[in-house]
Design a protein around this ligand. Structure first.
Ligand SMILES: C[S@@+](CC[C@H](N)C(=O)[O-])C[C@H]1O[C@@H](n2cnc3c(N)ncnc32)[C@H](O)[C@@H]1O
Length: 290
Protein backbone atom coordinates (compact mmCIF):
# COMPACT_ATOMS: atom_id res chain seq x y z
CA UNK A 1 0.00 0.00 0.00
CA UNK A 2 1.19 3.55 -0.83
CA UNK A 3 2.22 5.53 2.24
CA UNK A 4 0.59 8.97 2.48
CA UNK A 5 3.12 11.80 2.10
CA UNK A 6 4.08 13.34 5.43
CA UNK A 7 2.63 16.74 6.28
CA UNK A 8 4.87 19.27 8.02
CA UNK A 9 2.32 21.44 9.82
CA UNK A 10 4.72 23.39 12.03
CA UNK A 11 7.11 24.14 9.17
CA UNK A 12 4.13 25.12 7.05
CA UNK A 13 2.79 27.50 9.69
CA UNK A 14 6.24 29.05 10.14
CA UNK A 15 6.58 29.42 6.36
CA UNK A 16 3.10 31.02 6.12
CA UNK A 17 3.91 33.49 8.93
CA UNK A 18 7.27 34.33 7.32
CA UNK A 19 5.71 35.00 3.91
CA UNK A 20 2.79 36.90 5.42
CA UNK A 21 4.65 39.18 7.81
CA UNK A 22 8.25 39.34 6.62
CA UNK A 23 8.36 38.69 2.89
CA UNK A 24 4.93 39.52 1.43
CA UNK A 25 4.40 39.01 -2.30
CA UNK A 26 4.03 41.92 -4.72
CA UNK A 27 0.30 41.45 -4.48
CA UNK A 28 -0.89 44.13 -6.90
CA UNK A 29 1.69 43.11 -9.53
CA UNK A 30 0.70 39.45 -9.31
CA UNK A 31 -3.04 40.24 -9.35
CA UNK A 32 -2.58 42.31 -12.50
CA UNK A 33 -0.50 39.55 -14.13
CA UNK A 34 -3.09 36.97 -13.20
CA UNK A 35 -6.08 38.91 -14.58
CA UNK A 36 -4.14 39.72 -17.76
CA UNK A 37 -3.63 35.98 -18.20
CA UNK A 38 -7.24 34.94 -17.67
CA UNK A 39 -8.99 37.88 -19.34
CA UNK A 40 -9.89 36.04 -22.58
CA UNK A 41 -12.07 33.47 -20.81
CA UNK A 42 -13.08 35.47 -17.75
CA UNK A 43 -16.62 36.22 -18.93
CA UNK A 44 -17.28 32.54 -19.54
CA UNK A 45 -15.95 31.33 -16.19
CA UNK A 46 -16.76 34.14 -13.72
CA UNK A 47 -19.20 36.68 -15.20
CA UNK A 48 -21.41 33.87 -16.47
CA UNK A 49 -21.52 32.24 -13.03
CA UNK A 50 -21.97 35.38 -10.87
CA UNK A 51 -23.91 37.66 -13.23
CA UNK A 52 -27.25 37.43 -11.42
CA UNK A 53 -25.67 38.62 -8.13
CA UNK A 54 -24.02 41.62 -9.79
CA UNK A 55 -27.20 42.38 -11.72
CA UNK A 56 -29.35 42.25 -8.60
CA UNK A 57 -27.00 44.68 -6.78
CA UNK A 58 -26.99 47.19 -9.66
CA UNK A 59 -30.80 46.96 -9.90
CA UNK A 60 -31.02 47.81 -6.19
CA UNK A 61 -28.62 50.70 -6.71
CA UNK A 62 -31.00 52.03 -9.34
CA UNK A 63 -29.00 54.90 -10.88
CA UNK A 64 -30.93 57.85 -12.34
CA UNK A 65 -30.82 58.98 -15.99
CA UNK A 66 -28.46 61.93 -15.43
CA UNK A 67 -26.23 60.36 -12.75
CA UNK A 68 -22.44 60.53 -13.08
CA UNK A 69 -21.19 57.00 -12.38
CA UNK A 70 -17.90 55.17 -11.82
CA UNK A 71 -17.37 51.40 -11.78
CA UNK A 72 -14.20 50.52 -9.82
CA UNK A 73 -12.36 47.24 -10.60
CA UNK A 74 -14.57 47.09 -13.68
CA UNK A 75 -12.74 44.09 -15.23
CA UNK A 76 -14.43 43.17 -18.52
CA UNK A 77 -17.09 45.84 -17.96
CA UNK A 78 -20.18 43.78 -17.09
CA UNK A 79 -21.31 46.02 -14.20
CA UNK A 80 -20.23 49.22 -16.01
CA UNK A 81 -22.58 48.32 -18.85
CA UNK A 82 -25.45 47.47 -16.49
CA UNK A 83 -25.12 50.94 -14.98
CA UNK A 84 -24.71 52.58 -18.39
CA UNK A 85 -27.95 50.98 -19.60
CA UNK A 86 -29.80 52.87 -16.85
CA UNK A 87 -28.18 56.28 -17.38
CA UNK A 88 -27.62 58.63 -20.27
CA UNK A 89 -24.05 59.54 -19.26
CA UNK A 90 -20.96 57.55 -20.20
CA UNK A 91 -19.92 55.34 -17.27
CA UNK A 92 -16.23 55.37 -16.31
CA UNK A 93 -14.78 51.90 -15.65
CA UNK A 94 -11.44 51.70 -13.82
CA UNK A 95 -9.19 48.64 -13.67
CA UNK A 96 -5.47 47.90 -13.43
CA UNK A 97 -5.42 44.96 -15.86
CA UNK A 98 -4.92 45.90 -19.50
CA UNK A 99 -6.08 42.41 -20.54
CA UNK A 100 -9.42 42.83 -18.74
CA UNK A 101 -9.82 46.35 -20.18
CA UNK A 102 -9.21 45.08 -23.71
CA UNK A 103 -12.21 42.75 -23.28
CA UNK A 104 -14.25 45.57 -21.72
CA UNK A 105 -13.56 47.87 -24.67
CA UNK A 106 -14.51 45.10 -27.12
CA UNK A 107 -17.80 44.60 -25.28
CA UNK A 108 -19.02 48.01 -24.17
CA UNK A 109 -17.07 50.85 -25.76
CA UNK A 110 -20.32 52.43 -27.00
CA UNK A 111 -21.53 53.51 -23.55
CA UNK A 112 -18.50 53.29 -21.23
CA UNK A 113 -15.06 54.83 -21.00
CA UNK A 114 -12.47 52.39 -19.63
CA UNK A 115 -9.37 53.68 -17.86
CA UNK A 116 -6.31 51.75 -16.71
CA UNK A 117 -5.44 52.79 -13.15
CA UNK A 118 -5.15 51.57 -9.61
CA UNK A 119 -8.54 52.37 -8.04
CA UNK A 120 -7.08 54.18 -5.05
CA UNK A 121 -4.79 56.35 -7.18
CA UNK A 122 -7.72 57.09 -9.48
CA UNK A 123 -10.06 58.09 -6.64
CA UNK A 124 -7.46 60.38 -5.10
CA UNK A 125 -7.36 62.41 -8.33
CA UNK A 126 -11.14 62.97 -8.45
CA UNK A 127 -12.78 66.17 -7.17
CA UNK A 128 -14.70 65.99 -3.91
CA UNK A 129 -18.48 65.73 -4.17
CA UNK A 130 -18.38 65.18 -7.95
CA UNK A 131 -19.96 61.74 -8.56
CA UNK A 132 -23.47 60.32 -7.97
CA UNK A 133 -22.84 56.57 -8.08
CA UNK A 134 -19.76 54.44 -7.38
CA UNK A 135 -19.83 50.65 -7.72
CA UNK A 136 -17.07 48.18 -6.91
CA UNK A 137 -17.91 44.61 -7.85
CA UNK A 138 -15.68 41.70 -6.84
CA UNK A 139 -12.50 43.75 -6.41
CA UNK A 140 -12.49 45.72 -3.15
CA UNK A 141 -10.46 43.11 -1.23
CA UNK A 142 -7.55 43.45 -3.67
CA UNK A 143 -7.03 47.02 -2.50
CA UNK A 144 -7.33 48.65 0.94
CA UNK A 145 -11.06 48.50 1.68
CA UNK A 146 -11.36 51.21 4.33
CA UNK A 147 -9.06 53.65 2.52
CA UNK A 148 -10.95 53.07 -0.72
CA UNK A 149 -14.31 53.60 1.03
CA UNK A 150 -13.02 56.81 2.62
CA UNK A 151 -12.03 58.12 -0.81
CA UNK A 152 -15.40 57.02 -2.23
CA UNK A 153 -17.16 58.98 0.50
CA UNK A 154 -15.10 62.08 -0.36
CA UNK A 155 -15.78 61.79 -4.10
CA UNK A 156 -19.53 61.14 -3.79
CA UNK A 157 -21.95 64.07 -3.95
CA UNK A 158 -24.24 64.45 -0.93
CA UNK A 159 -27.00 61.91 -1.53
CA UNK A 160 -24.69 59.89 -3.82
CA UNK A 161 -24.57 56.09 -3.45
CA UNK A 162 -21.90 53.39 -3.22
CA UNK A 163 -22.50 49.69 -3.98
CA UNK A 164 -20.09 46.92 -3.03
CA UNK A 165 -20.14 43.19 -3.71
CA UNK A 166 -17.09 41.06 -2.98
CA UNK A 167 -15.82 37.65 -1.96
CA UNK A 168 -15.69 37.34 1.79
CA UNK A 169 -12.47 36.47 3.64
CA UNK A 170 -13.43 32.81 3.97
CA UNK A 171 -15.03 32.62 0.55
CA UNK A 172 -13.25 29.46 -0.56
CA UNK A 173 -12.38 27.99 2.83
CA UNK A 174 -12.42 24.36 1.65
CA UNK A 175 -10.06 25.26 -1.18
CA UNK A 176 -7.77 27.22 1.13
CA UNK A 177 -7.62 24.24 3.51
CA UNK A 178 -6.78 21.81 0.67
CA UNK A 179 -4.07 24.20 -0.56
CA UNK A 180 -2.68 24.35 2.97
CA UNK A 181 -2.58 20.53 3.11
CA UNK A 182 -0.90 20.39 -0.30
CA UNK A 183 1.86 22.81 0.62
CA UNK A 184 2.23 21.20 4.06
CA UNK A 185 3.85 18.28 2.21
CA UNK A 186 6.46 20.69 0.77
CA UNK A 187 6.45 23.95 2.78
CA UNK A 188 9.56 25.20 0.96
CA UNK A 189 7.66 25.19 -2.34
CA UNK A 190 5.28 27.88 -1.08
CA UNK A 191 6.92 30.96 -2.59
CA UNK A 192 4.26 33.69 -2.58
CA UNK A 193 1.43 34.39 -0.21
CA UNK A 194 -1.05 37.00 -1.39
CA UNK A 195 -2.03 39.46 1.35
CA UNK A 196 -5.60 40.07 0.25
CA UNK A 197 -7.95 42.14 2.40
CA UNK A 198 -11.33 40.60 1.77
CA UNK A 199 -13.80 41.57 4.48
CA UNK A 200 -15.15 38.77 6.71
CA UNK A 201 -18.83 39.64 6.20
CA UNK A 202 -21.36 42.37 5.46
CA UNK A 203 -21.52 43.38 9.14
CA UNK A 204 -17.94 44.67 8.89
CA UNK A 205 -18.86 46.52 5.70
CA UNK A 206 -21.79 48.14 7.54
CA UNK A 207 -19.47 49.12 10.40
CA UNK A 208 -17.12 50.75 7.88
CA UNK A 209 -20.05 52.59 6.25
CA UNK A 210 -21.15 53.83 9.67
CA UNK A 211 -17.62 54.96 10.63
CA UNK A 212 -17.61 57.04 7.45
CA UNK A 213 -21.08 58.44 8.11
CA UNK A 214 -22.57 56.63 5.14
CA UNK A 215 -26.14 55.41 5.60
CA UNK A 216 -26.58 51.70 4.78
CA UNK A 217 -29.70 50.97 2.72
CA UNK A 218 -28.92 47.35 1.81
CA UNK A 219 -26.67 44.67 3.26
CA UNK A 220 -26.38 40.92 2.63
CA UNK A 221 -24.22 37.82 2.88
CA UNK A 222 -24.65 34.88 0.55
CA UNK A 223 -23.02 32.03 -1.29
CA UNK A 224 -23.00 30.48 -4.71
CA UNK A 225 -21.63 27.08 -5.73
CA UNK A 226 -20.70 25.10 -8.79
CA UNK A 227 -19.88 21.42 -9.14
CA UNK A 228 -17.05 19.82 -11.09
CA UNK A 229 -16.44 16.14 -11.75
CA UNK A 230 -12.75 15.85 -10.76
CA UNK A 231 -9.95 17.49 -8.80
CA UNK A 232 -8.26 18.43 -12.07
CA UNK A 233 -11.43 20.16 -13.27
CA UNK A 234 -11.61 22.00 -9.94
CA UNK A 235 -8.08 23.39 -10.22
CA UNK A 236 -8.61 24.34 -13.88
CA UNK A 237 -11.80 26.21 -13.07
CA UNK A 238 -10.24 27.92 -10.04
CA UNK A 239 -7.27 29.04 -12.09
CA UNK A 240 -9.59 30.48 -14.72
CA UNK A 241 -11.63 32.61 -12.31
CA UNK A 242 -9.05 34.92 -10.82
CA UNK A 243 -6.06 35.44 -8.66
CA UNK A 244 -7.59 34.72 -5.29
CA UNK A 245 -9.33 31.61 -6.49
CA UNK A 246 -6.46 30.03 -8.35
CA UNK A 247 -3.66 30.70 -5.88
CA UNK A 248 -1.76 31.90 -8.85
CA UNK A 249 1.97 32.14 -8.39
CA UNK A 250 1.91 30.48 -4.96
CA UNK A 251 4.76 28.21 -6.12
CA UNK A 252 7.58 28.59 -8.61
CA UNK A 253 6.62 27.80 -12.19
CA UNK A 254 8.67 24.58 -12.28
CA UNK A 255 6.75 23.22 -9.23
CA UNK A 256 3.28 24.22 -10.42
CA UNK A 257 2.40 20.98 -12.16
CA UNK A 258 3.34 18.83 -9.16
CA UNK A 259 1.49 21.14 -6.72
CA UNK A 260 -1.67 21.31 -8.80
CA UNK A 261 -1.66 17.54 -9.31
CA UNK A 262 -1.38 16.91 -5.57
CA UNK A 263 -4.03 19.55 -4.82
CA UNK A 264 -6.36 17.77 -7.24
CA UNK A 265 -5.81 14.46 -5.39
CA UNK A 266 -6.37 16.04 -1.97
CA UNK A 267 -9.56 17.85 -2.94
CA UNK A 268 -10.92 14.61 -4.41
CA UNK A 269 -10.04 12.77 -1.18
CA UNK A 270 -11.75 15.40 1.01
CA UNK A 271 -14.67 16.66 -1.06
CA UNK A 272 -15.69 14.18 -3.76
CA UNK A 273 -19.40 13.38 -3.35
CA UNK A 274 -21.79 11.37 -5.52
CA UNK A 275 -22.46 14.42 -7.73
CA UNK A 276 -18.84 15.63 -7.86
CA UNK A 277 -16.85 18.30 -6.03
CA UNK A 278 -18.76 21.40 -4.93
CA UNK A 279 -16.87 24.69 -4.88
CA UNK A 280 -18.58 27.48 -2.91
CA UNK A 281 -17.93 31.20 -3.08
CA UNK A 282 -19.17 33.18 -0.07
CA UNK A 283 -19.79 36.85 -0.63
CA UNK A 284 -20.93 40.05 1.04
CA UNK A 285 -22.74 43.02 -0.43
CA UNK A 286 -23.90 46.46 0.64
CA UNK A 287 -25.26 49.76 -0.58
CA UNK A 288 -24.92 53.05 1.32
CA UNK A 289 -25.74 56.71 0.77
CA UNK A 290 -23.72 59.83 1.64
C1 LIG B 1 -12.93 39.52 -9.88
S1 LIG B 1 -12.53 40.78 -11.04
C2 LIG B 1 -14.03 41.71 -11.06
C3 LIG B 1 -14.29 42.33 -12.40
C4 LIG B 1 -15.70 42.92 -12.58
N1 LIG B 1 -15.98 43.98 -11.64
C5 LIG B 1 -16.76 41.87 -12.49
O1 LIG B 1 -17.73 42.06 -11.76
O2 LIG B 1 -16.66 40.85 -13.17
C6 LIG B 1 -11.46 41.79 -10.11
C7 LIG B 1 -10.85 42.94 -10.94
O3 LIG B 1 -10.21 43.84 -10.06
C8 LIG B 1 -9.08 44.37 -10.73
N2 LIG B 1 -8.20 44.94 -9.72
C9 LIG B 1 -7.64 44.31 -8.67
N3 LIG B 1 -6.95 45.18 -7.91
C10 LIG B 1 -7.09 46.40 -8.49
C11 LIG B 1 -6.62 47.70 -8.16
N4 LIG B 1 -5.89 47.92 -7.06
N5 LIG B 1 -6.93 48.72 -8.97
C12 LIG B 1 -7.67 48.51 -10.10
N6 LIG B 1 -8.17 47.29 -10.44
C13 LIG B 1 -7.87 46.25 -9.65
C14 LIG B 1 -8.53 43.17 -11.48
O4 LIG B 1 -7.68 43.56 -12.53
C15 LIG B 1 -9.82 42.51 -11.96
O5 LIG B 1 -10.19 42.95 -13.23
Amino acid sequence: MNKKPRKHFFRMMARTAYLFFIKPADCSGLVKKSYDRISDNYDETWTGHMRDLTESLINKLNPKQDDICIDLTCGTGFASNLIAEKTQNTVVGVDSSEGMLTQARKNYDHNCNFIQADILEYLKKQDSSSVDIIACCWGLGYSKPFTVLRQIKRVLKPGGKVAIIDNSLFSLREIIYCSFLTFAEHPGKLRNLMRFKFLPNSWILRVMFRMLNLKTSYSANGNKSYTVDSGKAAINRLRATGAAAGFEYASDEEDEEQIFKRFAEIIEEKHMAHNGITVTHRYLAGIAQK
